[in-house]
Design a protein around this ligand. Sequence first.
Ligand code: GLC
Ligand code: GLC
Length: 815
Amino acid sequence: MKYGHFDDASREYIIARPDTPLPWINYLGCEAYFGLISNTAGGYSFYRDARLRRLTRYRYNNSPLDVGGRYLYLRDNKSGKYWSPSWMPTRTKLDEYECRHGQGYTIITSKFNGIKSSTRYFVPLGESLELWQVTLTNESGSDSDLSLFSAIEFCLWDANDDATNFQRNYSIGQVEIADEVIYHKTEYRERRDHFAYFACSEKLAGYDTQREAFLGNYRGWDQPRALETGESVNSEAHGWQPIGSHHVKIHLRAGEQKQVIFILGYHENPKDDKFDPPTSQIINKKTVKPIIEKYLQPANVDEAFNILRDYWTMLLGKFQATTPDADTNRMVNIWNAYQCMVTFNMSRSASYFESGIGRGMGFRDSNQDLLGFVHMIPERARERILDLSATQLKNGGAFHQYQPLTKRGNNDVGSGFNDDPAWLVIGVAAYIKESGDWSILDELVQYENEAGSETPLYEHLQRSIQYTLDRLGPNKLPLIGRADWNDCLNLNCFSDTPGQSFQTTTNRDGKVAESVFIAGLFVLACTEMAGMAGNRNDKAEVSKVQKAAAEMEKTVWASGWDGDWFRRAYDNFGHVLGSKENSEGRIFIEPQGICIMAGLGVDNGNAIKALDSVDEHLATPHGIVLQQPAFSQYYLHLGEISSYPPGYKENAGIFCHTNPWIMIAETIVGRGDRAFDYYRRINPSAREEISELHKCEPYVYAQMIAGKDAVTHGEAKNSWLTGTAAWNYAAITQYILGIRPGFEGLEIDPVIPANWEGFKVTRVFRGATYHITVTNPKHICKGAEKVTVNGKQVEGGLIRVEEGVREVNVEVVMG
Ligand code: GLC
Ligand code: GLC
């Protein structure tokens, strides 16, 4: 069953009923101010860092689902009847309801008792504020006396502290109300130089800033006292729970329409100019006032919205495809690209499955996220690379994550994940291939954010490679350390204490357990490094990495190949994992994907063998599971992977992130039909019809779909923030459609389903627009018979960049 539909022309997903299987969310903001917003206006906002600068409060894990949000209430003052135009929190049965999620904005429209309400939520580019643009229309046929209430609950900035440290927090909350604007200024009196503000375009009938005054003691957001009585009491919060609620009285004649604007914003003042007058404790509002005044004008709000729409048209315009498959087109052209931007901004910090408190920006994750957004905003990819590499350890290793506000690495989720450094090499290569900006390699970058430790970024990459070479195990395969890509394969952990973190506990010295996955990743990284070193004419490095890669490849054939597939690892006792010798965990997906992507087995037929094994043992109609058979019990020597019940997460779930590796591997061996079949199995748009089972949003990828061992096989979880976004984008655009940035230019090498007649792509690349038409008259999967570039036939699929050429027409005839 479907809960809505795609509107491709407006680039929106339209949700047609509020009670979706889970809250279906969207993101506001794309620079510094962000918000999560659900289809019933749930969610919260923060400035840069979901943990350290949280503006509004949200309650996870709650019942009812999704409590805390950007709430509005309407009240018919004649009858006293009140409702939420976004359905939550009153859950009044609405006569009409529709939620449109677009890129960076959400519009919730509904009708009740003849009053139509439509609220557009978005964050203007360049601002640290969000707008709620409410349009009310009286379609009831008679005059109405209405009250409109807004309601948000402020978070006391540090989201973790806010949720735990009540003995302090109940005494520190402070607000200021001036010119009918509600200012939240908890801790402003001491070390903070920032505050939040909540303004309304209309004359107020009243306001409330103390939660219990608005709600009434022991009452929930579904039945606030203020709505029952129709009156705010102008409460001023002193400690306890500061909120922001405006009350506006509106008389609407039959047929009349009225717009009300709310601004929720974040503002910083210079440290030495915080108060006005300077000797007081009153917020200096000189610099914030013009901003508030500007956005209380509807014309300015409309203009800001149009700018945001145009911005997204420009970004998405960098890659537009027309293929015979509608689900592919809308994911490539709109939603997958959009999700890539969101993962770039959020990494794995804030979603409805990530609390915004636990994880900052992951080193491995952010490097992979680059693959999906670098073509849209290469300048910000550059900045991200420099931030990431400045947290790199001197020994070439990495902090596993860093906090976006401080840009400092930390060990909160452990370190010593031995795959981390290799991803930096791959991320930097992706950036250079896209932008042609070789200068990044000469940027001086610190290690561990330490002044004086700077070396060129190039040396960071060299140290990344060396990190693996310095850590080889008994079979000469890379030591796994804490874990590799699979965070849950903890071969040195040996934890038998409940609640202990698998990510930070180590009970073995780590000198034995090895990873075949890192071996494949290392070969891939060496190939990229050779390309970059070659460009610098650093022959010594080229030959070093080529030799190292060749050695590693030999090692994989000696100890990492199981006869029909690549093995996964060796454990702390030197026993193999991911082999016919194992009764559980006989075959894993990760090494099949990564080793073939690194080119292993392509010439000797083993790649085909491995992929056929994947098809036989791991593929399901809902995607490819991570391993088989699932672990039926907890194994001390394997760690978190065996902590999950079979079929979930890393224990044989369909861990979607890995599926595109197999798609890519299938294109490498030329099997376009298979590659595309796998692509469609996890494409969320193609799964829209089974939303009741899938449960998550049909417009974005989820991290996981329950595997065949799970009772809920096919059910998705952990939507939005996943490496699945970037990798699927890479799989479909670069490998299936085959339009791939390379160091030398744009490579075109489609590997498509044989039944396709062809496809068209417009691709902006290094300042030129490529109009690419591929035709497939012989109905094959791979191979170009003829390639013409601006009318001239060329050899092979590489189109070199030509200075000054702005439009490039490319025709490819497959055959
Ligand atoms: C999560 C993590 C990612 C890891 C994967 C597999 O998606 O964010 O870093 O590779 O899980 O464990
Ligand atoms: C990854 C895994 C998850 C694990 C976490 C630890 O996200 O997917 O299962 O608990 O890493 O940080």
